[in-house]
Design a protein around this ligand. Structure first.
Ligand SMILES: Nc1ncnc2c1ncn2[C@@H]1O[C@H](COP(=O)(O)OP(=O)(O)OP(=O)(O)O)[C@@H](O)[C@H]1O
Length: 269
């Protein structure tokens, strides 16, 4: 079996009498994109912070591969509005990098033109691209992204996920991210982990979309996503009329609206 980059078992984390994580097992393997989904307050950010060592669990174990390099993009960036911070300065705030390295990282995320701007004037999508570029300066084995499409409109979300995939290919790194964009993320990830204090279900996206626990957590939205990813049970002739299938391949066309054929997701023991 591949040696994981991070493997955690039985994580428990409680604060102020509230159990935030309750017996969470999780592993991230080299090169895979793993997405954590779950309702607000499910413990996703807490789990990520425990995994990367920013918080200590009350029980359980976290093993990180020796020498593991992490690139972390937090959910919130606390910038002082009184002290404007330029993109260029942010890129080297906590780590040295040459101008050429900064330019290359920004170019990779489509943010080269933002170098001379102030962080305060960037849009949501521009901010995310700059933060991703900054994380790439470390040449990480694992990129950890807490809601990478925050502040990005719907049309921009797919672009950001596509960028993340390209970055993964180029740097041969794994990605662990938190997302609320169920529609897009289901198509852009290798494995989904659905969290609500504990791991409700996990597995390949299509399997998770069909899992009753997942549907219970996400309600109507989950049903929409499943329909969005339904299997195509017919083909179309040249005029677009439905005809019996030659090859019942998966289809992402939401306009067909058939009941999805999704296998039940894998459940954690
Ligand atoms: N240091 C802390 N002290 C007390 N409570 C905390 C602390 N950190 C997190 N919590 C609480 O733990 C719960 C889980 O928070 P967390 O931010 O991990 O959830 P999340 O799944 O990332 O949520 P969201 O999707 O809204 O970002 C919340 O109820 C939060 O208020």
């Amino acid at each position: 079996m591949t040696e994981p980059l991070i493997a955690a078992r039985g994580l428990v984390f409680a604060r102020d009498g509230q159990t935030i994580l309750d017996g969470v097992d999780i592993r991230v393997n080299p090169g895979e994109i793993v997405t954590l989904v779950g309702p607000n307050g499910a413990g996703k950010t807490t789990l990520v912070r425990v995994l990367i060592g920013l918080l200590s669990a009350d029980a359980g174990s976290v093993e990180r591969r020796p020498g593991l390099t992490l690139g972390y993009v937090p959910q919130k960036l606390h910038l002082d509005p009184v002290l404007p911070l330029s993109v260029k300065r942010l890129m080297t705030l906590t780590r040295r990098a040459s101008r050429a390295q900064v330019e290359e990282a920004l170019a990779e995320t489509g943010a080269a033109h933002l170098m001379g701007k102030s962080m305060a004037e960037l849009s949501g999508g521009e901010t995310q691209r700059v933060l991703l570029a900054r994380a790439l300066l470390r040449d990480p084995d694992l990129l950890v992204l807490d809601e990478p499409t925050q502040g990005v409109d719907q049309s921009g979300q797919a672009e950001i996920y596509e960028l993340i995939r390209r970055v993964r290919e180029r740097h041969d790194c794994a990605v662990l991210m938190i997302s609320h964009d169920l529609h897009v993320v289901m198509a852009a990830t290798d494995r989904v982990i659905c969290l609500q204090r504990h791991v409700c279900c996990h597995g390949e996206p299509r399997a998770v979309a069909g899992n009753p626990e997942y549907r219970r957590l996400f309600g109507d939205l989950a049903a929409e996503v499943a329909i969005y990813r339904h299997h195509h049970d017919h083909d179309h002739d040249l005029h677009g009329n439905p005809v019996p299938p030659h090859d019942p391949a998966a289809c992402n066309d939401p306009t067909h609206g058939h009941v999805p054929h999704v296998p039940a997701g894998e459940r954690m023991p």
